[in-house]
Design a protein around this ligand. Sequence first.
Ligand code: NAD
Length: 355
Amino acid sequence: MLDFIYQAFAARIVFGSGKVSEIAAEVDRLGGKSALVISTGSQRAVADAAIERLGGNFAVRIDGAVMHVPRADVNDAVALARRQGCDSVVAIGGGSAIGLAKGIALDTGLPVIAVPSTYAGSEMTDIWGISEGDGKVTGRAPVVVPKCVIYDPDLTRDLPARLAGPSGINAIAHSVEALYAQNRNPVLSMIAEEGIRALASGLPAVCAGSAGDEERGRAVYGAFMCGLALATATMGIHHKLCHVVGGTFGLPHAETHTIVLPHATHYNRDAAPEAMAAVARALGADSAAGGLFDLALRIGAPTALRDLGLEEENLDRAADIATAAPYYNPQPVDRDGVRRLLDDAFHGRRPGSDA
Ligand code: NAD
């Protein structure tokens, strides 16, 4: 019997090639008369064009948003926005630009228009994160959810394979965990499966540098779906492990997710058969975990933690930390199982192989 809660965030999505030209119209639609425009380095030219179209509705810009949203940057941006009397924020770029916009929204309540240029998915969520000292403070707040998201696949035209591959599989990881989440429901599952299918069908051509509008669009559409899945699903062993291993040993975020995902999926294979079937179906593969591993290989993404500079002697500590506190996962989390999982991920073995 169907019995579930599906929570959605109201947002307006404008999707299509060339839609960055709608930024000014969307600011106007929100009643914005004085926009702050944030961009990452790679999106400077897009920001230039948007500013020109904004005309008198443009107030001030911030170029070069950096990773992990430093508290000092948020404070500076909030002060700037207040000084200039800004009434809206446009963020053009990846998770870093959108993260800074969310930080501003958290402090000021200003509405955000997000224009993502990677597959990270932050634009669809109510999750914010700000770095303070050695750590990152995160939370959820409805005020940081962008009022409008403009997905323009053209922005990913120059996304290099070394960023596109891990960014895409990181997005897929959100959908894989949504499929076996504690709060899974039919709507979430439909969105998650669609996200995996679309990204997996677009990414190979994107990473090979042979993508046309069709493949680029499919990958960005998949990122939209995976972001939607992340917005409401509770996460399991995969995210716990990536957080612990990546955070403790300073490994790159998206690459760590890319490597761990097939192994975390394999760990849950018997406890979440419906999720496994959905992932395999979406990938057109015989098995969920094997299909995810093969996708990473095919797009030239990393498959072994040792290649990220992790030392083998740290695996015991990683397993200890990852199993110290209980959390929901379809397959009960035990230390020996997690240690084996990490060993496979460290050496880059294909899940299910005896090598
Ligand atoms: P990012 O914005 O730092 O981009 C990574 C790199 O790619 C940067 O050097 C950037 O300049 C470059 N880049 C971005 N778009 C490009 C393009 N189209 N062409 C060429 N280069 C381009 O990071 P990200 O990978 O987009 O996102 C990761 C960050 O987002 C992490 O800090 C993560 O914690 C956060 N995140 C937050 C949420 C959330 O819900 N709050 C969700 C997912 C990720």
